[in-house]
Design a protein. Structure first.
Length: 134
């Protein structure tokens, strides 16, 4: 089972090349299941270099040095995306959960002023609200 990361914003986010990330608008059937968790209108699925949210998990000591570096690069790119998005729009929201558990209510919610505090851990079901001060 893979981790999934969903981003909600009040304004559309350019889905241009953001390697190592992949950003795509959430499919309508998934958006309907996710809408209950978000207050912001535009929903996106954000994937790491692995094609899912698992590549954002950096607190694992598994894999080669290259694997660890790839995960760190994916998480850094996610932090950058969230920071940029939160500055351009009035905040951003992220849901971290297992793929297929989008309808299940988050166990926790946290408000962050610094996107670098965002962490993805195996088994998380958490809703982050990110409000960056200008």
């Amino acid at each position: 089972m893979c981790m999934a990361v969903y981003l909600a914003t009040s304004q559309p986010v350019p889905t241009k090349d953001r390697s190592p990330l992949s950003i795509e608008p959430t499919a309508p059937e998934s958006a309907a299941r996710l809408r209950q968790h978000f207050t912001l209108e535009h929903l996106y699925y954000v994937a790491s270099h692995e094609g899912c949210g698992c590549g954002f998990i950096t607190d694992q000591d598994q894999g080669t040095d290259e694997d660890c570096a790839d995960r760190a690069a994916s998480l850094s790119a996610l932090h950058e995306l969230v920071h940029e998005t939160a500055l351009l729009t009035p905040g951003a929201q992220l849901l971290v959960c297992f793929d297929g558990e989008e309808e299940t209510a988050p166990e926790h919610s946290r408000t962050l002023e610094d996107p670098d505090q965002l962490r993805v851990r195996w088994g998380d079901r958490i809703l982050y609200s990110v409000l960056v001060r200008r």
